[in-house]
Write a protein that binds this ligand. Sequence first.
Ligand code: ZN
Length: 282
Amino acid sequence: MRWLLILIAARAFSHSFDISPAVIHQGETLKLSADSNADSARFLDRTIRLFPAENGRCFGLMPVPVLEKPGQYPLEFLDSNGVVLQRTMILVRNAHYGKQNIVIAKSLSELRPSPGERETVNAFRHEVTPVRFWQEPLESPVPGCMTSPFGVMRLHNGKPTGDFHAGIDQRAPAASPIHAIAAGDVKIVRPFNLRGGTVAIDHGQGLQSIYLHLSSFAIKEGDHVARGDVIGYAGSTGRSTAPHLHWTLYVQSEPVNPSQWVHLVPCREPPKAPAAPHAPAP
Ligand SMILES: [Zn+2]
């Protein structure tokens, strides 16, 4: 009996914390799971809220910024009073994203965002809503291969832009349908100058997606979509030289590598049209 009480007491005071995947690179996302005593998690100067999950535990997504230096950093789980419940060292590995030059016409390089374009997208990506609509696996928005990967440092006509490619580009013929990667609330449906036809979806609990250069839309702001719903059609609007889809996955406002979430195949040969540049996002 005494041993049983000790065992029960030990269980009551023990915590269990899960962090996956075991190997993490720059630009990837950590999935955190903890027992219900945990309220938030802290990593690399970012504190995220943990949300109650169906299994009685709590769950959160923690991004590793693309530009974070490889190395070991502490990840902490905190209770509602800010007391550290658990501290684990995380090794962030170099992703070796590389560089990519884009040949871009002067008229396109001089394109400026619409009034409020940048502010609207920034406000969208900084919002974290509590209801989780997304489930894994996420769906690829188009079947086309990947013409430009995530994370490469971009040069325009040989000049460094200082920006990395915050999403991926996939082949998508003009007017081909684009699908929602997961269920969510549609927050932005706008024809912007720089990003072109833009759709942004909030999937909940810090996961969001944005789709650029669309020729037309199939949904409107305020709609709720299911995974795989058609949200619009591919095009070459905004800063783009050929029809393609650029999309970005955000976790807690940070652009993250979609290849960790969706199986994406790089195109074997370069496309016949010039590599399609895109609006810088963020
Ligand atoms: Zn792009």
